[in-house]
Design a protein around this ligand. Structure first.
Ligand SMILES: Cc1ncc(COP(=O)(O)O)c(C=O)c1O
Length: 386
């Protein structure tokens, strides 16, 4: 979660262009005032360039990115979208907002979507799959893509936690039909709040772009107030200050991922000899973004004790175990689509895995003492939990 760790003069200078020169916060128009400065557009272009993608659309959040991405697919109310039991509630909220039906499949030992359970959940109403690269580890994209191709389903990659990670040398978020990113405060790069949608298909991009802007087609033959439209939409436009910060943050992404990976492997080297912890597995084709190092312990009691000890040693945890209820779909009875008797039971395998997971946050700036404290905390938890 390091984007915020690196905020410095670079972000300030980008924002100064907006505040002192263009004095325009709106992402388009006002050409007479803005002195050629279009920060959101520039951020989108640079994002496309970095990720080797063709169609990038900046939006107001990662949740909005999912909503816009789904809107671009022309699905009908009642169509089903399958996602995974371990994600943030936003993934499911975005599906519900589109009037599609959310369906949750179990995760496997990688803590990402289990391709076998995914295939079991597919029926005639299924139209799309959202794989979530949770906490920096890519989902099993080979198998999941194959399944999506077999059943002609759209594949959306929720890359909120995988920005800068790769699978088979391709950036996460650029492999499926649509990739969505979050730039909230906790993510690899941040614009405060913000997100990006990456579209493979040009027509989906144009539909999503119009939808995120009340249906505006930005028809060059008309002024904005007489603009043409075919579909209704909403407002999820990113503003120029967010775009400015995004430009500065994107330049730091290489360094962020390199540092996170370095710290991830250093921590693992220190703790791997501890008896009673196992590393969350991931496939050899993965280039993890290393947002967190997740370890599995024998039971829930030990997982909670690990958190207590980590806190005592000034380290803390990230999502697991403390924010479990916001990230395990089996507990979301407040979402009426899920409010069924056997829903939680059907996700028992996921619950069993998640209850004994401990997620250690990775920062860009970590010193030897912090790393040794992680080892001390975990060994103390392992010794003191019966
Ligand atoms: C997996 C996942 N998807 C989507 C989001 C939503 O992102 P945002 O906070 O930018 O709306 C989050 C946020 O943490 C997330 O973890």
């Amino acid at each position: 979660m390091p984007g915020y760790e690196l905020i410095n003069n670079k972000e300030y200078l980008e924002c100064r262009d907006v505040l002192k020169k263009s004095k325009t916060f709106f992402r388009m128009g006002f050409e007479k005032n803005r002195k050629g400065i279009f920060k959101v557009l520039e951020f989108e272009k640079k994002f496309c360039n970095y990720f080797a993608a063709k169609n990038c659309l900046a939006v107001t959040s990662g949740t909005a990115a999912l909503r816009v991405g789904i809107a671009s697919l022309n699905l009908k109310p009642g169509d089903e979208i399958i996602t995974q039991a371990f994600t943030f509630v936003a993934t499911v909220e975005a599906i519900v907002e589109t009037k599609c039906k959310p369906v949750c499949a179990n995760i496997d030992e990688t803590l990402n979507l289990d391709p076998k359970d995914l295939e079991k959940k597919i029926n005639k109403k299924t139209k799309a799959v959202i794989v979530v690269h949770m906490l920096g580890v890519p989902g099993k994209l080979d198998l999941i893509k194959k399944i999506c191709n077999k059943y002609k389903l759209f594949l959306i990659e929720d890359t909120a936690w995988g920005c800068g990670g790769k699978f088979r040398n391709k950036f996460l978020g650029t492999i499926g039909d649509i990739g969505t990113f979050s730039f909230d405060h906790a993510k690899a790069i941040t614009t405060g709040e913000g997100g990006m949608v990456v579209f493979k298909d040009r027509n989906n991009f144009l539909r999503g772009k119009a939808w995120h802007d009340h249906g505006h087609e930005n028809n060059p033959n008309f002024p904005r107030w007489e603009d043409t439209r075919k579909l209704s939409g909403f407002n999820f436009r990113m503003n120029e200050l967010q775009g400015a910060i995004g430009i500065a943050q994107l330049k730091k992404l290489n360094f962020i991922i390199k540092s996170q990976r370095k710290n991830y492997y250093l921590i693992w080297k220190h703790i791997k000899s501890l008896k009673g912890i196992a590393q969350r597995p991931y496939s050899k084709q993965s280039y993890i973004s290393a947002d967190a190092l997740v370890v599995l312990v024998k039971n829930k009691k030990l997982a909670i004790n690990c958190r207590k000890k980590l806190l005592k040693f000034g380290v803390s945890t990230k999502i697991l175990p403390e924010a479990y209820s916001w990230h395990f779909a089996g507990l979301w009875s407040h979402i009426t689509e899920f409010n069924k008797k056997n829903f939680r039971k059907s996700l028992k395998k996921s619950e069993e895995l998640l209850r004994r997971a401990v997620s250690i946050p990775i920062l860009v700036n970590m010193n030897k003492k912090q790393i040794l404290n992680i080892k001390k905390a975990l060994s103390s938890a392992l010794i003191s939990t019966k």
